[in-house]
Design a protein around this ligand. Sequence first.
Ligand code: BES
Ligand code: ZN
Ligand code: ZN
Length: 507
Amino acid sequence: MDIRIVKGDIASQEVDAIVVNLFEGVQQPGGATGAVDRALGGGLTQLIADGDVKGKSGEMVLVYTFGKIPAKRVVVAGLGKSDKFNVDAVRKVSADAARFVRRHNCKRATTIVHGAGIGGLEPRDAAQALAEGAIMGLYRFQRYKSSKKDDENDGELQELLVIEAMNERVPALEAGLNAGRIIAEATNLCRDLANIGGNDMAPVHLAEAAREMSERHGLDFRAFDKAEMEAMGMGALLAVAQGSAQEPRFITMRYNSPEARSDRPPVALIGKGVTFDSGGISIKQADGMENMKSDMSGGAAVIAAMSAIAQLRPPINVVGIVPAAENLPSATAYRPGDIVRASNGKTIEVVNTDAEGRMLLADAICWAKREGLSPLVDVATLTGACSVALGPFYSGIMANDQPLADKVIAAAKRAGELVWQLPLTDEYKELVKSDIADVRQTGTGRAGGAISAAQMLHAFAEDTPWAHLDIAPTYRSDRDRGALVKGPTGVAVRTLIAFTQMLADEE
Ligand code: BES
Ligand code: ZN
Ligand code: ZN
């Protein structure tokens, strides 16, 4: 879909639909909605008076214009209560409206920038949220569909024109739309990678996707193969990989800014890249196992965030790291009771082969520290226990450094993603104490499973500032919800991008 600014008068647009908006409780629409109302001879005011248009959040009312204006349809999108209005509401209404006009077979639509008028938001922020909502909300994964016509929605919205009457606001709107497009397309890249079947998304394929992205956007790409990982002593990652015929990869992508301060180390973004998680010898139940093709969602989020960072060019250096392996049971698989050595020399007592993500992340954290990177932020579909703790809306965050945790939480808020901090205080250290090795892979019971997983990672991060996002609760959505669509969500992409922008703003 093409999204761009047009200057001029909304009521004279020759498109399949015009999208205007209304706050809940407003009887007499102003701004662009008022202009369309006048062109329709007060038709919208009448619908409001009759109670057919209320302006409630999520409400979309379709009005046919029967030749009164060039556009065939007007959509009145509800903004909800004006005191609850913010950029998140813009993203949501933009996504809902884009899907609504597509469902009504519109190919070209004109929209106003929700929130930039009486909503009182900064035009740039409103335009960014508008683009994010539309591009993320229209996402569909059709790679494996032989015919794109068998869907209820067979058409595509091809053009979204964003109308602005005031010339002086155009540059800010352009900048917002451009950033929003970059960020939303990155999120959709993450969703694509997580949607692809596990047969087509082995570690080598994930590395190939990262290479393509890196070449397109000018990042330094390097992936280490199994022999190179052996040479580096990555025994934890390799233990997981040894059960699969698919070779592991250790993927790295570097973004270097000429404006970065030379006295600051590059930041590390680390993503779990388990391309399929069967559980291994500690095999999972069959129910829902198909979703474990997306157990590389953290890795995909890092690859996707790096693509946006390469385009937005913040003045800091960033290294994206994705340890990738497949977790299968076989005659060569690692076992509960194995004791393996990670690349920092620490030994791990394996307890449950389904706790494979932390094995990969342990070696990735060691590598990042050896490279001198700081701070470290990892993203992983790490524990079902995190979903039990938080339900399906929030990702968990745990950290060894509260200022860093606060920064990631602020970045998530700015990006419109929900994260909630869980404790990682010294009390929890005993959960991962082993009688016979340096670290126990898991806690002893099921209680506090998200925290014991983080504590195992903490044993590798040690004192290096590190924050861990457990996205097991949020990596998929069970239905369309605002900018999210049913399936992989691309969660954390926007948070990671906003986080690097915040670090850059501090400089
Ligand atoms: N990939 C899973 C966690 C997961 C489960 C993510 C469901 C998304 C949805 C992870 O590798 C895993 O299996 N964790 C175990 C840890 C346990 C064995 C200590 C879990 O959560 O049960
Ligand atoms: Zn697992
Ligand atoms: Zn897993």
